[in-house]
Ligand binder design. Structure first.
Ligand code: FES
Ligand code: FES
Length: 164
């Protein structure tokens, strides 16, 4: 099998990477680009640990061929902070102690960020529905849901208390 060059934007930088036709985006990000923030959980689309953004949409990178991102804009957890400032979703995860072992966190944050990009100040039901494919084996989800709600409220400028 021959490699081919795929050209895409990765965390704001233009990249040209030689990949095999059956290489998964997840493996290319982790092994060729050393972006290990994106996690390999199940490898079959059932845990959400590998979530990244492709052209602004949340995508499970374990189900996406690397050749399929030709010409796309790919953002990983490493690309979320800007100019040394954490994204509001990352800040809210810290503030709500929504992290325990941290394995699920990059996928959770990317999925939460994608929701806020589509929907300002989502409700708890909307957050739970959007995040239903994201598995966490540690925290019990309450802090994660609170963090996403709070991040949405902060971004929308809503003064509302999120129960701790
Ligand atoms: S590693 Fe992709 S969904 Fe689990
Ligand atoms: S914090 Fe450990 S799996 Fe979610």
């Amino acid at each position: 099998m021959k490699r081919r060059v795929v050209r895409f934007t990765l965390n704001g930088e233009q990249r040209e990477i030689a990949v095999y036709p059956n290489d998964l985006l997840l493996n290319v990000l982790r092994e060729q680009e050393s972006l290990t923030g994106t996690k390999y959980g199940c490898g079959i689309g059932e845990c959400g640990a590998c979530a990244v953004h492709v052209d602004g949409q949340p995508v499970l990178s374990c189900l996406k061929l690397a050749v399929a991102v030709e010409g796309c804009d790919v953002v990983t957890i490493e690309g979320l902070a800007r100019d040394g400032e954490l994204d509001v979703v990352q800040e809210a995860f810290l503030d709500h102690s929504a992290v325990q072992c941290g394995f699920c966190t990059p996928g959770m944050v990317m999925m939460g960020r994608a929701l806020l990009d589509e929907k300002s100040a989502p409700t708890e039901d909307e957050v739970r529905e959007h995040m239903r494919g994201q598995l966490c084996r540690c925290t019990g989800y309450a802090g994660i849901v609170r963090a996403v709600i709070d991040a949405g409220q902060r971004e929308a400028g809503v003064e509302a208390g999120v129960a701790q």
